[in-house]
Design a protein around this ligand. Structure first.
Ligand code: COA
Length: 153
């Protein structure tokens, strides 16, 4: 989509971010969840902005030799326009520079075809399943991984 700018998230963005978060998940992150990540030097949080309005965001955090994709969300009205792809592309570029040999790991609800499609598009592959990982409703998580060294297109 034309006009999207990707920039670092700050605490000032939280009201807009939380409003999107609450529309995306049955168990949304709280403002404190975002503040915790914003204060963590191993975490990177970015927002996608369109005409001064936040329309999506992403959060990753590196733990030892793995980086976890903790959150990627796009405002419902702006989905399927490439915003999550832009966020993912941006975060992969940053990771490639900071930590080219890391693995990017994530969990996704088994029924979340949109997210699974996004991750497959970026080269993630399924490595496992966590039984009953999610609540509201109870559901397994599919674990996916992207090996930055080997899997990148
Ligand atoms: C998953 C999510 C972030 C995708 O955001 P998006 O901006 O719509 O994604 P994009 O437009 O960049 O789409 C990228 C690819 O993802 C896949 N995809 C996205 N939405 C899809 C859908 N509804 N059905 C199937 N595949 C889909 C497609 O492969 C798409 O590529 P294509 O458009 O070339 O076919 C968005 O649906 C969302 O915010 N969902 C709620 C939050 C969530 O579930 N986050 C992930 C938690 S693990």
């Amino acid at each position: 989509m034309e006009g999207i700018v990707i920039r670092e998230m700050s605490c000032n963005d939280l009201p807009e971010v939380i409003a999107i978060e609450n529309r995306c998940y049955s168990t949304p992150w709280t403002a404190n969840s975002f503040r915790y990540e914003l204060a963590n030097e191993r975490a990177i949080l970015k927002v996608a902005v369109l005409h001064d309005r936040i329309v999506g965001y992403v959060c990753i955090r590196t733990i030892l030799d793995e980086t976890h994709l903790l959150n990627i969300s796009v405002m419902p009205e702006f989905r399927r326009t490439g915003i999550a792809s832009m966020l993912m592309f941006n975060i992969l570029q940053v990771l490639r520079q900071l930590n080219p040999s890391t693995k990017l790991v994530l969990e996704v609800r088994e029924s979340n075809a949109a997210a699974a499609g996004l991750y497959k598009k970026f080269g993630f592959h399924v490595t496992g399943r966590r039984k009953g990982y999610y609540k509201k409703p109870d559901e397994d998580a599919i674990v996916m991984e992207l090996d930055m060294g080997a899997d990148m297109p």
